[in-house]
Design a protein around this ligand. Sequence first.
Ligand SMILES: Cc1cc2nc3c(=O)[nH]c(=O)nc-3n(C[C@H](O)[C@H](O)[C@H](O)COP(=O)(O)OP(=O)(O)OC[C@H]3O[C@@H](n4cnc5c(N)ncnc54)[C@H](O)[C@@H]3O)c2cc1C
Ligand code: FES
Length: 275
Amino acid sequence: MDNPHYRVARLLDVQPETEDTSSYLFVLEDGGDFQFSPGQFNMLGLPGTEEAAISFSSLAVAGSGRFTHTIRRVGNVTKLIGELEIGQRVMVRGPFGHGWPIEQAVGCDVLLVAGGLGLAPLRPFLLYMLENRGQIRNLVLIFGARTPDDMIFQKDLARWQEQDEVSTIYCVDHLTRESNLRLRTGLVTRFMDGLDLDPRNTLACICGPEIMMRFVARNLALQGYRQDRIYLSMERRMRCGTAHCGHCQIGAKFVCQDGPVFSYPDIARFADTAL
Ligand SMILES: Cc1cc2nc3c(=O)[nH]c(=O)nc-3n(C[C@H](O)[C@H](O)[C@H](O)COP(=O)(O)OP(=O)(O)OC[C@H]3O[C@@H](n4cnc5c(N)ncnc54)[C@H](O)[C@@H]3O)c2cc1C
Ligand code: FES
């Protein structure tokens, strides 16, 4: 690891989400507090491995030292985390980066658009909005996945679909089986017209594959949504997490420190490498 300033966390619980993705609840071994904001991330590692940047998928609970990461097992670190037994330990550095601009939501409509695993960093933002529902106007979540089996947080999705406090649109590319959720078929961009939102007074937060974020942001801009109120969470390979190694750079921006959440105008001008 590049930076020795890590803390040790113990695995408390694992909840399977999809075939290759699970949510892992950790607690810090030192008994200390751990404060973080929706959209920030940790660098997670195990002895002898590099580290992987992983977003928080839970809200911070003051004084608990607990946090959840929702992780797809794709490579060295994430596969080893997937093999951990309850009680085993990981090394954690963080929290890093700038998260979602929660303070800008006050008095506004809020639109969250997530694709696949992109719902993980948006989940704590949505939970925060639901806990502080009186501060914002309309709240809309659009979530798309490839198939019903690729939808993470199914219990949350079912609960949110029944709640009056948030309007939900869930869609899949392929309706491969029946679901207890009300699902539409098509890409998220197909369901973005005529939302009960004021384009001039909406905070829009998008997270998912880069191509999806590009089309969603452009669609919103064309509909007259204020571009400086559209935010996206960018993903780049990371190493130091502290704006030193340059691995995560997009133009002049360091995703690890300036992001991972950027305003659309801030990142769109690096269009060749980003959006
Ligand atoms: C801010 C941020 C937040 C993230 N949040 C999450 C999250 O919440 N959950 C989650 O599951 N993931 C998240 N990721 C993605 C995660 O960090 C990566 O998938 C990470 O690479 C996994 O590490 P690994 O060691 O398991 O996989 P790696 O061994 O790094 O391999 C991952 C994939 O990348 C490919 N790869 C390996 N080396 C390279 C290379 N040099 N260049 C390009 N591709 C390569 C591999 O073939 C494999 O397909 C996030 C990333 C960022 C930047
Ligand atoms: S990860 Fe090293 S500069 Fe961002």
